[in-house]
Design a protein around this ligand. Structure first.
Ligand code: 4FV
Length: 265
């Protein structure tokens, strides 16, 4: 399975390097994903190539004109179908791993990047299938949001993460935060790697990792615990974590985070 992204933007050069490096770069070389940038300004008909205008009703800033965006979208749709058109905007559906996985089932996405105060509302009425936000903050343009989406979605394309890895194992897959990771050296400034990780006892290791993922999620993102599908074992571990937290009476983070590294100093 391969996936195509057509990115409509006023700044196509922004995409030259970020999407050509490392994993995504290799995925493009291997034809697993195709990324095409389209300059909306190329779809203006006037000699000044005007793409924005003042807002009806007054107010600050400029609005992207409907005609150039409409022509650009129609040019992509004319060559390909089916196409699912996404507009990146703070007013959109919050982007997350579940949404990334769903979008990865689409063979072809158009990503429309806004600038200024955004696009004329009629672009959304006539052409946009879904509005998506990468977070509750305002960017200068939708381009960075489009890159985030391309990266997160492409990880679900078989082969993009390499044969042995699949996005299915990721944290957030079962909406828990990742457990702590360690590599050599064993002892850094007196802080040592938890011995269980060197024990070779795989069930003990996966139990330790599950408990640390639950602990970290409980401490940092209790909202995720609500929607996590927890097993009976998980609930028992969570009880131990809560109890160990109450017993030591220390602040949440210190105690809850206390168990991972042992200070040898
Ligand atoms: C954004 C976001 C975002 C708003 C005005 C572009 C900017 C400008 N896009 N998630 N947050 N877009 O801030 O997706 O047009």
């Amino acid at each position: 399975m391969r996936m195509r992204f057509d990115i409509l933007t006023l700044f196509p050069n922004m995409f030259s390097s970020p999407l050509r490096e490392s994993i995504l770069g290799k995925a493009i070389e291997r034809g697993l994903i195709q990324i095409q940038t389209i300059n909306i300004r190329d779809f203006t008909l006037d000699k000044h190539q005007v793409v924005d205008d003042t807002p009806y009703g007054g107010g600050q800033g400029m609005v992207m004109k409907v005609e150039p965006v409409a022509r650009a979208i129609e040019s992509v749709k004319a060559q390909n179908s089916p196409v699912w058109t996404i507009y990146l905007t703070p007013q959109g559906t919050p982007f997350n791993q579940d949404l990334a996985r769903r979008l990865s089932t689409q063979p072809h996405l158009i990503l429309l990047c806004g600038r200024y105060e955004g696009v004329d509302e009629r672009v959304k009425d006539l052409f946009v299938d879904e509005e998506i936000s990468i977070g509750d903050y305002v960017l200068t343009g939708g381009e960075l949001a489009a890159m985030v989406l391309v990266d997160a979605v492409s990880r679900f394309i078989p082969g993009v993460l390499g044969s042995d890895r699949s996005a299915v194992e990721d944290s957030f897959f079962n909406s828990l935060l990742e457990y702590p990771q360690y590599t050599r050296p064993f002892d850094f400034k007196g802080r040592c790697v938890p011995e269980v990780l060197l024990s070779g006892n795989h069930s003990a290791i996966s139990l330790w990792r599950r408990k640390e993922a639950l602990r970290r999620t409980w401490v940092r993102r209790p909202d995720l615990l609500e929607k996590a599908n927890l097993s009976g074992e998980d609930r028992k571990l969570l009880e131990e974590i809560r109890k160990s937290n109450d017993d030591c009476g220390l602040g949440n983070a210190d105690c809850a985070a206390g168990s991972s590294t042992r200070d040898k100093s």
